[in-house]
Design a protein around this ligand. Structure first.
Ligand code: PLP
Length: 305
């Protein structure tokens, strides 16, 4: 369901950060993000358990990954999305031959509607809170362990915490428990930073960041528990910094990614006790199909004015 992705050394980012920096290129997955890993694994498992239909409520990269996996597995997919979902996102999901139902003004309402469609013959694929998803995301670290020597730290972005849980599971199952994790978010979508401070998930009143793929109002419980087992440091960046991270990836590595991903690049040059000690780091280039280059340039112009 997913590809083994390249790991490349980035001389431009290494120079900027003053740390030898490698990039794990999840942006080149067929669906444009790491979601293919966990979602693909979950869909395979649910099909084995008898699911005749897969249901998702994500108009973003998770919904696209469910649609892709369903088509590959020959299982019909329904994605319920809110009215705010862009025509482009709907088109990408429909191109994978999934049924798209538009319902409600926000993800919350679309999700409630999606849940009413779930019956004994179908499986609901959660975008971040499912152990099957984490087991699939963990393959990213299995690959790293084959591709390179152990890094001192892994930098990744956190929305609902699915990627974080997967990477932590991967570190644990590869005996890499001493690798630190830097968890990047944008201000206004900093549900993990607040959860670490509170010791439990905190519900944000609203999402106020352009990094829509980081816009889970609360992280999953497991992501907070992992912070008691492994060294996890939260770094919060501005939307402007996240966009500038995207432009760095575009200019230096010819990769178009969402601000959700640019946040991890921006975190590299932020104050961090983990990074101040690290000599080799891996940045998960989580990707995302929710932007085009014009949008990135428009944001950049706006933030600079
Ligand atoms: C889903 C997603 C995230 C956040 O992942 P979580 O598992 O929700 O923490 C970050 N970046 C991109 C591009 C995504 O699609």
């Amino acid at each position: 369901m997913h590809l083994e992705t390249p790991l490349i050394e980035s001389l431009p980012l290494s120079a900027k950060a003053g740390i030898q920096t490698f990039l794990k290129l999840e942006a080149v997955q067929p669906t444009g993000s790491f979601k293919a890993r966990g979602v693909g694994h979950a869909c395979v498992e649910y099909k084995k358990r008898g699911a005749k239909r897969l249901i998702s409520s994500s108009g973003g990269n998770a919904g696209l990954a469910v649609a892709f996996s369903g088509r590959r597995l020959g299982v019909p997919v329904t994605v319920v999305v809110p009215k705010t979902t862009t025509p482009r996102a709907k088109r990408l999901i429909e191109m994978e031959r999934a049924e798209v139902i538009v319902h409600g003004d926000s993800w919350h309402e679309a999700n409630a509607m999606a849940l009413t469609l779930v019956d004994a013959d179908s499986a609901f694929i959660h975008p971040f809170d499912d152990p099957l998803l984490w087991a699939g995301h963990a393959t990213l670290v299995d690959e790293l362990a084959r591709q390179a020597d152990k890094p001192d730290a892994i930098v990744l972005s956190v929305g609902g915490g699915g990627l974080l849980c997967g990477v932590c599971e991967g570190l644990t199952r590869n005996g890499w428990n001493d690798v630190a994790v830097v968890a990047a978010e944008t201000r206004g979508a900093d549900s993990y930073s607040q959860a670490l401070a509170a010791g439990k998930p905190v519900l944000l009143p609203a999402i106020e960041s352009i990094a829509s793929s980081l816009g889970a109002r609360a992280v999953c419980d497991r992501s907070v528990e992992f912070a008691r087992q492994l060294q996890i440091e939260s770094v919060v960046v501005s939307d402007a910094q996240a966009v500038s991270g995207c432009l760095t990836l575009l200019e230096e590595h010819r990769l178009l990614t969402e601000p959700a991903c640019g946040a991890s690049v921006a975190a590299l040059t932020e104050k961090s006790s983990v990074l101040s000690r690290a000599k080799r780091v891996v940045v998960v280039v989580c990707g995302g199909v929710g932007v085009n280059y014009q949008q990135l340039l428009d944001w950049d112009t706006k933030f600079r004015s």
